[in-house]
Write a protein that binds this ligand. Structure first.
Ligand code: ATP
Ligand code: LTN
Length: 336
């Protein structure tokens, strides 16, 4: 791609934490949209390893998950030549801008974040300051690149709102320093629910049986979907409020088969939950197969993955530096 072409495309940024096995929730709600949008934008897809430190991690496992996520991004269809796939911690400007932005973010607004409240409950023995300032690091990720669009799942909408607030507050003080980003999500697929508790979102940090990982074997997938919570009724209908488990399976089927929810419901008319589970299982196994095959090839070649991460961190760093310098100048830090 020529330099002029690159410059005319609007910028897209998104990130995924290397905090566990990537789930079909991450895939359907976020990564699939990355693939859909990747040719229309100049894209940065970060492996947000600094965010993952807000919860205690086994260091060797965090390192392994990081390389795996890089391979998975590519296996899912992202293009490592065109898209900037890189580790957040390899571009120090993320942490540097975070400090500046934290001086323009209020304790009050951070304490209203539902993710902070939820994670404080699940990590009650480790409610650290990083968990609290998590959205500031996320704002820095996005604002560093003059990002126009941020594809995420529904759980991140509030973090996008605070990012916009911080950008607008900063711009009101210093002129148009940051682009104010827009969120991108598909309402129908922005929140895939847990298989064991369909009132909660599917999450890679929850117990294994609650999610399907992109790397699960067909047997794992069969077992997990067989046990997925439905309800005592027998009727297959799309009603997320009253039938969250069944509706979640319909959403997964619809997202992966490409059929609309309406068509999916019609397809299952007169069938039972057993049929629904069986067909969801088939479509999940079939959709994950090419991703797994590609992943298994890529993960053998760590040198290739490292090369991609290094090259792209350098490219990302040079864009990030431009914004950071401007910010330092605006706020009055002495420049040599
Ligand atoms: P963790 O459990 O460690 O908090 P997570 O599974 O919530 O992780 P993230 O790395 O925080 O995953 O999210 C990566 C992307 O996937 C984000 O855009 C997020 O909104 C999206 N996402 C996460 N879970 C779901 C889900 N259940 N349905 C749809 N999108 C999701
Ligand atoms: N907080 C996000 C991951 C994330 C992100 C970002 C997403 C970190 N920085 C910037 C979009 C843009 C999450 O999914 N938990």
């Amino acid at each position: 791609m020529t330099e002029t072409k690159i410059k005319t495309k609007p910028i897209l940024f998104s990130g995924v934490q290397p905090s566990g096995a990537i789930t079909i929730g991450n895939y359907i709600g976020a990564i699939r949209n990355f693939v859909l949008l990747k040719d229309s934008y100049r894209c940065l897809f970060s492996i947000v390893d600094l965010h993952a430190l807000t919860v205690r991690r086994e260091p060797a496992l965090l390192r392994r998950r990081t390389v795996e996520l890089a391979a998975l991004y590519i296996a899912c269809g992202l293009d490592p030549e065109e898209n900037l796939i890189y580790c957040q911690s390899h571009v120090p400007e993320h942490a540097e801008l975070t400090w500046i932005l934290s001086c323009y973010t209020y304790m009050g607004e951070l304490s209203r974040m539902t993710q902070f409240k939820a994670k404080s409950e699940t990590n009650s023995d480790n409610i650290n300051a990083g968990l609290f300032t998590y959205p500031v690091l996320m704002a820095a990720d996005i604002l560093l690149y003059q990002t126009q669009i941020v594809p995420v799942g529904a759980d991140q909408k509030q973090h996008l709102e605070i990012t916009r607030d911080i950008a607008q507050r900063f711009n009101a003080l210093y002129g148009d320093v940051f682009v104010v980003p827009e969120v991108y999500m598909h309402k129908e697929t922005a929140k895939i629910m847990s298989l064991s508790d369909p009132s909660r979102k599917m999450s890679k940090s929850d117990p294994e049986e609650s999610y399907i990982s992109l790397l699960d074997s067909p047997d794992d997938i069969r077992r997990k979907l067989k046990r997925a919570v439905t309800d005592s009724d027998t009727n297959i209908a799309f009603d997320p409020e009253n039938k969250p488990g069944v509706s979640n399976l319909i959403t997964i089927y619809s997202a992966l088969s490409g059929d609309s929810v309406e068509k999916t419901v019609k397809h299952f008319n007169g069938k039972g939950y057993g049929d629904l589970k069986k067909e969801v299982t088939e479509v999940v196994i079939e959709s994950l197969k090419p991703i797994q095959d590609r992943f298994n090839e890529l993960i053998k070649d760590k040198q290739y993955i490292n090369g991609i991460l290094k090259y792209n961190a350098e490219r990302a760093g040079s864009i990030a530096q431009r914004t950071l310098r401007k910010v330092y100048k605006k706020v009055g830090l002495y420049q040599l």
